[in-house]
Structure formats: structure tokens, C-alpha cells
Design a protein around this ligand. Structure first.
Ligand code: ZN
Length: 268
């Protein structure tokens, strides 16, 4: 159930999503279709969660085969809830079953055939593409990165490579939904500040001083403020907390979990 310009695809048991707004090869993975066991069952994509290198390698191979992308060398990072989004090249690629070399929360590239990826398990994955100027990005939008305007940082890096906001298409992938993202007032205040007060429909009261925040819609609104056309933004309805059988959720599992990826590359 994901109607907002997203497609749920199953190939050889591997379930992933794609967005109609993006023309470059890309995928949002789920937890289904891999070989990992126990609390990492089954499509865990990080060696930093206690999984074996062998399992993670096979999981990436399966995802790449299902999504039609060569994911044996990709650019990925240890994510730190920052607004750091470097421009990367083939020299930054690693086999994704190794410890990541980089520390940041997204990547921008104009290099054809180079997959850039972020990891999530409740946080919001965002893929960006300017097909006209040949630039793509993958961005990890947790609330901390979101309110630090990591999407603004990503767009600035895309512009540095010749992209134009009005030519950018976006896909905001599966992550914690407004139904479940109950937070303290500091999160709502951060979103309010990020959006210059344009938070209509994004925040509703929870229990006590808690609030429910629609982090996907907040990031979509930020993209429109940055000049991305609303009709070029797909927003997944899939909530990680509501669908823990299919999607990795940090909150549902109390942190005992694998990770999903959102990965994109320019066609060669
Ligand atoms: Zn939910």
C-alpha cells in the first residue's frame, strides 16, 4: 500500500520500492529477500549491525540483481546526523560489506554508473535527480539533519555541479510517518524554524507536551521552498513503525535491527 507515485516491486523474493518521479536507476530496499538471520532477518545491508561480511555481501548482491544495478562498489558512509553532503567520484566508492571510510549524511555525484547510498531505519531517505544536467543525490534526513537543512546543503552541492532546482525530481522514501513520529517540542520547534513557520498541517498535538510531526511532508515542503516543483516530488506513504514486518524500524525493535538503503545512480 503505497500509492504516492511509488511502486512496490518483488523480484526473487527481494522487495524494494521505486518512485515514478525518478528516471535514473534507483531503489528503496525493505527487510525482505536477504539471507541474514535472527533480529537481522533478512535483508540487512550494513556490517555495522553485527552481521557477517558474507551475509551483507550476499544481501547487496541480491538487491542489485533485483533492482538491475551493479552495487558491488558504491559510495556510502557512517552517518552522523549532520548536514554534510560531499560531492563524490568513483575514487570514493567501496564494497558495501566493508567498514565505511566516510562520515557524512549524503552524497552528490555527476559520475555515470556510480551508485550513492544512504541507510535508514525510521529516518527519512531522500533521493534527488536532475536528469537534464546529470546530477543525483542520496540524503539521510533524520530530524536532526532535516532541521539543519541538509536538503538545502544537498541542493547547493547539486547546483555546484550544474543542476537547477526547477529541474530536480525527488523521492521521499519509506520512513517513520506522521502517524507514529511522536516527539518532544524541540523537534517541532526545529521544523518550525527550518520552514520559516510554514508548518501548516505538519504538526499535531500528542500526549502532554509531545507532538506528532510529519517529517516526510516537512522535507517535501523544504524542497518546494528550495525551488523544487511539487509535482516532481514523490512521498512514500509507507511507515516503518506501522509495517515492521516489511521495513526496518529503529523504534519498534529498540535498535536491534538491520538497515535499509536508498540508492541511486546516473545511467552510464
Ligand atoms: Zn506509522
Amino acid at each position: 500500500m503505497d500509492m504516492s507515485h511509488f511502486n512496490r516491486i518483488e523480484r526473487n523474493g527481494v522487495v524494494f520500492r521505486t518512485a515514478d518521479t525518478l528516471s535514473s536507476p534507483h531503489a528503496f530496499s525493505t527487510r525482505l529477500g536477504g539471507v541474514s538471520a535472527g533480529h537481522l532477518a533478512s535483508l540487512n545491508l550494513s556490517v555495522r549491525r553485527g552481521d557477517s561480511e558474507e551475509n551483507v555481501r550476499e544481501n547487496w548482491r541480491r538487491l542489485g540483481e533485483a533492482a538491475g544495478m551493479d552495487l558491488s562498489e558504491i559510495v556510502y558512509a557512517r552517518q552522523i546526523h549532520s548536514r554534510i553532503v560531499p560531492i563524490v567520484t568513483r575514487a570514493d566508492a567501496q564494497s558495501p560489506w566493508l567498514e565505511p571510510r566516510q562520515e557524512c549524511d549524503g552524497f552528490v555525484t555527476n559520475e555515470p554508473g556510480l551508485p550513492v547510498a544512504v541507510f535508514t531505519a525510521d529516518c527519512i531517505p531522500v533521493l534527488l535527480e536532475d536528469a537534464a544536467h546529470g546530477v543525483v543525490a542520496a540524503v539521510h534526513c533524520g530530524w536532526r539533519g532535516s532541521v539543519q537543512d541538509i536538503l538545502g546543503a544537498a541542493l547547493a552541492q547539486m547546483r555546484a555541479l550544474g543542476a537547477r532546482a526547477e529541474d530536480v525530481s525527488a523521492a521521499i522514501g519509506p520512513g517513520i510517518g506522521a502517524c507514529c513520529f511522536e516527539v518532544g517540542p524541540e523537534v517541532a520547534e526545529g521544523v518550525h524554524a527550518l520552514l520559516g513557520g510554514e508548518t501548516q498541517g505538519l504538526i499535531r498535538p500528542g500526549e502532554g507536551d509531545r507532538l506528532f510531526v510529519d517529517l516526510k511532508a516537512a522535507n517535501a515542503r523544504r524542497l518546494t521552498q528550495l525551488g523544487v516543483k511539487a509535482e516532481r516530488i514523490a512521498v512514500s506513504e509507507a511507515c516503518t513503525m506501522c509495517e515492521p514486518e516489511e521495513l526496518w524500524s529503529h523504534r519498534v525493535t529498540n535498535g536491534k535491527r538491520g538497515v535499509m538503503t536508498a540508492v541511486i545512480m546516473l545511467s552510464k
